[in-house]
Design a protein around this ligand. Structure first.
Ligand code: URA
Length: 461
């Protein structure tokens, strides 16, 4: 008997018409995105159909497993590693939030965790870890799987992109979603994130799921919905997971853009400057990871251990080793200016009237940064690592003639003026009092139960 011929448009038509898709259909479609049997226009149409019509729980799990199985799944026992300390972290994405991984991975590695992170580049109005790492001269974001495993075993952590060997289907689908307005879809985000995490062969996952104008989920309820979807797939695949609901109604940390955020990471790790909301986010993720890995017994102990490894320089040292192990410069932490180019124009943007920052429209700020060169409108385009902003005034801070809203890094006068106008329009400044919110507002967790069904706990911080 001959095999039935796979017809991609039939899968798209079914999703368009809300006909449930089988695991076999989803697997054929996902495989086709890697083999070329499914073309870019068909990926765009499929992702739009999913964006509009969603996916059932069964479809989500089948889609994620098909994406995971588009490549290899790492088996750490091949190199003698096993146990609960093999944990990954991720974020569902937010403005300024991609730098968090570059701090948390070396930090928890310095505490005894093994963190093999397969990450992503910028998506929509947000940035991605891979863009930051691609800005480091020489850093290899697509090493062989053997090399990735070796670096994780030796250094304790590494961050790489999907490769032709690991979750390869994420790349073609992700690239099209970015430019086809199909980013903010819970099933597509779930498949993209969880396929990479499961391909890394982890034994647990800790994530932030941000909400607000800087994120893909507009409010806490939708962020919890996404967290529950991610946890459902994690538990379905037999992994425990914690999701921290994080507030991205303002830029996380004080910079945007690859080189600016790399400098912020280095300043954070070396203790030169730690923006308070970024510190809280880092410590929350690190302490949950240490607890899940069995290295500490309480969240408080985890915070203390993580702070100690930051303050004694062990985390900065791990970061330097991770960069060097993947062919980046060994002296990046000591000499960032030797390796990270700056833009021609670096100039403050002042508010029209002095006052207190009451709110930031992070979507507008993210899009202003994309137009400046930090993001893409063409999936194959390079981004400009030198541009972006620094010194972002957080909500509740006073701005005026002595304190700008931020400093814009641009390539030309016209680009500076356009970004400055967008930022002034995006930041509301008024008389106090203003209401500020904590960076982490909730926690959902799930672990595989003896009967393999999902148990999701909710807890407000
Ligand atoms: N991060 C990912 O890896 N994928 C998404 O879809 C969103 C954030």
């Amino acid at each position: 008997m001959t095999e039935p011929v796979f017809v991609p448009q039939e899968v798209i038509r079914k999703k368009r018409d809300r006909v449930p898709l089988s695991a076999a259909e989803l697997t054929d479609f996902v495989r086709g995105t890697v083999s070329g049997a499914v073309g870019p226009s068909q990926i765009g149409a499929f992702t739009m159909a999913v964006y509009l019509n969603g996916m059932s729980e069964d479809e989500r799990l089948a889609y994620t497993l098909a994406m995971r199985d588009s490549g290899r799944v790492i088996d750490w026992s091949e190199i003698g590693l096993s146990g609960p300390t093999i944990i990954d972290k991720h974020s569902s994405g937010g403005v300024g939030d991609e730098k968090v991984s570059l701090i948390v991975v070396p930090l928890v590695a310095a505490c005894g965790i093994h963190m093999p992170m397969i990450s992503a580049r910028g998506l929509g109005h947000t940035g991605g870890e891979i863009d930051l790492l691609d800005a480091i001269p020489g850093y290899d974001t697509t090493p062989s799987t053997e090399r990735f495993m070796q670096v994780v075993a030796e250094v304790g952590g590494a961050i790489i992109s999907p490769t032709p060997d690991l979750a390869p289907a994420d790349k073609p689908i992700f690239y099209i979603r970015d430019v086809a307005a199909t980013v903010e879809s819970i099933p597509l985000i779930t498949g993209s994130i969880m396929s990479k995490k499961l391909a890394a062969g982890i034994n647990g996952l800790v994530m932030t799921v941000p909400f607000g104008s800087g994120a893909f989920m507009p409010d806490v309820a939708r962020a919890e919905e996404l967290a529950a979807s991610l946890i459902g797939v994690a538990v379905g695949a037999g992994k425990p997971m914690v999701a921290l609901i994080s507030d991205l109604t303002e830029v996380l940390g004080d910079s945007i853009g690859s080189n600016n955020q790399l400098r912020e990471v280095i300043d954070f790790l070396t203790g030169r400057y730690r923006e308070p909301r970024l510190t809280e986010t880092v410590l929350a993720l690190a302490s949950e990871t240490l607890l899940m890995g069995g290295l500490t017994e309480t969240i408080e102990d985890g915070r203390r251990l993580a702070l100690a490894r930051l303050d004694d320089g062990a985390a900065a040292d791990r970061f330097a080793k991770m960069v060097a192990a993947l062919d980046g410069p060994a002296d990046l932490v000591d000499n960032p200016d030797r390796h990270l180019q700056r833009a021609q124009i670096i100039r403050p943007v002042f508010a029209d009237t002095p006052g207190t920052v009451a709110s930031q429209d992070c979507y507008a700020i993210g899009m202003a940064m994309l137009r400046l060169g930090c993001g893409r409108t063409d999936p194959d385009a390079d981004i400009d690592h030198a541009v972006g902003l620094t010194g972002m005034a957080s909500c509740g801070s006073t701005v005026g003639p002595d304190r700008p809203l931020c400093v814009v890094h641009a390539r030309s006068e016209a680009a500076f003026e356009a970004a400055a106008a967008d930022i002034r329009a995006a930041v509301v400044v008024r008389e106090p009092p203003v209401i500020t919110t904590p960076p982490i507002v909730g926690r959902l967790a799930g672990k595989p139960a003896a009967d393999a069904s999902a148990t999701v706990e909710r807890a407000a911080d």
